[in-house]
Ligand binder design. Structure first.
Ligand SMILES: O=C(O)[C@H](O)[C@@H](O)[C@H](O)[C@H](O)COP(=O)(O)O
Length: 253
């Protein structure tokens, strides 16, 4: 049935949180690998990557069919791949180097291009993957529909590189765009747009610790405000948005 399903999972400890993320990600991996022979996974930067640490351990590491995985980034800093600021590098060191996902199914941005061209190039590559049937397309909106986005949120309620009150929040046409004045350093980045995020089948929003406690409260308890956080602007057309919180992040709920 079309529409958005929301769920909030609160875990007692960091260990329980990372276990929950691993278990539910492995379940979706099984479901999509069987259904469509591929599992398209979008990563953010931030501490999300560290929260995937149980997925690369037994029993999950041996159960998941890694050959079916295709990895994308919801946002990336426009820096070289080996730069310490690179989200690719973060994911490579903390996650991708520990699992046998085929190298040609890991779609890092082209780090020889400037922001504008890197965004265009990423969008073109996504279109090719849609044509090949690797990435699904939303029948309603014709935007790419990823199976799972594993995301983090900033203390200002941003997700991807979609920051509060920024003009990019209203981008309705592009799949991938760029920003040169990100308030979170480094300033130059590329990012998926809301229509792509909204087309997702599943979003796991992972928030832990106390830094985002106020944004979590606003996101979950106050949807009436006319000054919505970027995370509150997500409207899945036909998908599930699941919050994975630890006790500290959920303290004010
Ligand atoms: O480039 C980045 O910085 C990340 O991709 C970013 O979008 C991240 O997901 C959020 O900012 C949350 O970051 P934290 O997990 O560090 O709070």
């Amino acid at each position: 049935m079309a529409g958005e399903k929301k769920e909030v999972k609160i875990f007692d400890s960091d260990e329980d949180l990372v276990e929950g993320i691993a278990k539910h990600t492995a379940e979706l991996s099984r479901k999509f690998s069987l259904q469509r022979g591929a599992f398209t996974v979008v990563l953010s930067g931030g501490y999300l990557i560290e929260k995937l640490r149980k997925l690369v351990e037994p029993p999950y590491v041996g159960e998941v069919d890694w050959a079916k995985w295709h990895i994308f980034w919801v946002d990336e800093r426009v820096v070289k791949k080996d730069d310490p600021e690179s989200n690719y590098m973060l994911a490579k060191n903390g996650f991708l180097s520990k699992v046998p996902i085929p190298e040609d199914q890991i779609y890092a941005i082209n780090d020889s291009l400037d922001a504008e061209h890197a965004a265009e190039d990423y969008e073109t590559r996504l279109k090719e993957l849609v044509e090949r049937g690797v990435v699904e397309i939303s029948p309603q909106t014709k935007f790419p529909r990823f199976d799972l986005m594993l995301l983090g949120m900033g203390h200002d309620g941003h997700l991807a590189s979609l920051f509060p009150h920024h003009p990019l929040l209203s981008e309705k046409n592009r799949w991938v765009t760029f920003i040169k004045n990100s308030p979170k350093p480094p300033p130059v980045r590329i990012t998926f747009t809301f229509p792509v995020i909204d087309a997702s089948a599943y979003i796991f929003m992972v928030v832990a610790g106390s830094a985002e406690v106020d944004a979590v409260k606003k996101a979950l308890d106050d949807n009436s405000s006319n000054d919505l956080l970027p995370v509150q602007m997500v409207k899945l057309e036909n998908g599930e948005f699941i919050w994975f919180l630890d006790k500290l992040a959920a303290l004010k709920l």
